[in-house]
Design a protein around this ligand. Structure first.
Ligand code: SAH
Ligand code: SF4
Length: 370
């Protein structure tokens, strides 16, 4: 096969060290990293400090533009939802969330500053099949490559002209179960944290998992410094198994055992996401049980109000119930916040934008039959 008919490699798949292994001399890798992650270039031709021969070679063999933005919806609160299409015709979503936070300068004067969080997808679809989740409805297509995970950040930063060194947090809370795509997600964490590149330290990256206990252990053993969020959603195994079928394989006690063994930065806490559903898990009885379950864990709880979608069997709880639940925990020393439903008006719960577009125009997606 000659070079022109070969599938081009995704340039975002390489750690700095790996890139240094395929270009010579090695320092060229740093130059390429700078063009990709600081200048947001998506072609090799404009990487002007590289020799012409190397630029040509890279153009023949690699691509720095592997994803297309096919839709972007802006919410009134400033968050933006992106729908990407892969080279093989699949679609998935990412969300950019903008928050204003107060900071003080050296004289104590209050400054307002922007804080960006990017919510990434790790898979196209998901195998876990949670009863409340829109992504689950579409089934599973394939894992995203590390480069496809990394490129979501690059394209969103470029599209919003976010300055290279502006603080960005990453959450793996888009489509897919990140620990079910372990190798690519952990590699993406490393690439995103490269000092010569995007420089988003692992401490500012949060993996949210539905609780694959052995993979939590494996992640802990890598000791990357990444933050952990557990989608708990229920305090008893009967309800949790109904919501998250995988609970039958790894129950609440097994998940919590792995959380206790997980290396957590002393300044940080493990986040427990609690998807609240009307009349199912929104009473103080559950709050009390949650308090007991998390006893001894450096935890914080994030209550998420169920976001209804077409055909869902569940209902959204009232804000008052959520507030009472959160107050109960906070008053007893367990940090608890209610997630602001950022972007609710732009179909925010994971998978919903994709489904909307898919319903409108089926040709966006060509399902992988492999
Ligand atoms: N698979 C991982 C990460 C992606 S899901 C996990 O389950 O943790 C990210 C978050 O979105 C999860 O906490 C999930 O519970 C939440 N979510 C899914 N469907 C939702 C819905 N309809 N309303 C509100 N939150 C939802
Ligand atoms: Fe998968 Fe998470 Fe949705 Fe469950 S909530 S189906 S684990 S993406």
């Amino acid at each position: 096969m000659n070079k022109s008919t070969m599938k081009k490699q995704n340039i975002f798949n390489y750690t700095l060290e790996e890139l240094g292994g395929i270009v010579s001399p090695k320092f060229r890798a740093q130059q390429i990293y700078k063009w990709l992650y600081i200048e947001y270039k998506d072609d090799f031709e404009s990487m002007s400090n590289l020799p012409k021969a190397l630029r040509e070679e890279l153009t023949q063999t690699h691509s720095a533009h592997n994803l297309e933005i096919i839709k972007c919806e802006q919410s009134r609160d400033g968050s933006k939802k992106y729908l990407f299409r892969t080279h093989d015709g699949h679609t998935f979503e990412s969300v950019l969330i903008q928050m204003r936070e107060k900071q003080r300068d050296e004289n104590g004067k209050i400054l307002s500053s922007e804080k960006w969080t990017i919510c990434l997808s790790s898979q196209i679809g998901c195998k876990v099949g949670c009863a409340f989740c829109f992504t689950a409805k579409g089934g599973f297509c394939r894992n995203l490559e590390a480069g496809e995970i990394v490129e979501q950040v690059v394209q969103i930063k470029r599209d919003n002209a976010i300055a290279p060194h502006k603080r960005v947090n990453i959450v793996y809370m888009g489509m897919g179960e990140p620990l079910d795509n372990f190798e690519s997600v952990t590699k993406a964490i490393r690439i995103l944290s490269e000092r010569d590149g995007l420089s988003i330290s692992a401490r500012r990256q949060t993996i949210s998992t539905s609780g694959i206990a052995p993979k939590i252990k494996k992640l802990g053993m890598l000791d990357l410094g990444v933050q952990l969020a557990i989608s708990l959603h229920a305090v008893d195994d009967t309800l949790r198994s109904r919501l998250i079928p995988m609970n039958k394989a790894y129950n609440i006690a097994q998940v919590l055992d792995e959380v206790r063994a997980f290396p957590v930065d002393m300044r940080k806490r493990v986040m427990f996401e609690y998807l609240m559903i009307k009349d199912l898990n929104d009473s103080l009885k559950e709050a009390k049980k949650l308090l007991a379950l998390l006893n001894g864990i450096r935890a914080k709880v994030n209550v998420i109000l169920f976001n209804p979608h077409e055909g869902s069997e569940f209902l959204r709880p009232s804000e008052e119930r959520a507030r009472a639940f959160a107050d109960f925990l906070t008053q007893r020393g367990l940090l608890c916040t209610i997630r602001e439903s950022k972007g609710l008006d732009i179909s925010a719960a994971c998978g919903q934008l994709r489904e909307k577009v898919r319903a409108q125009n089926v040709s966006y997606e060509t399902k992988d039959k492999e």
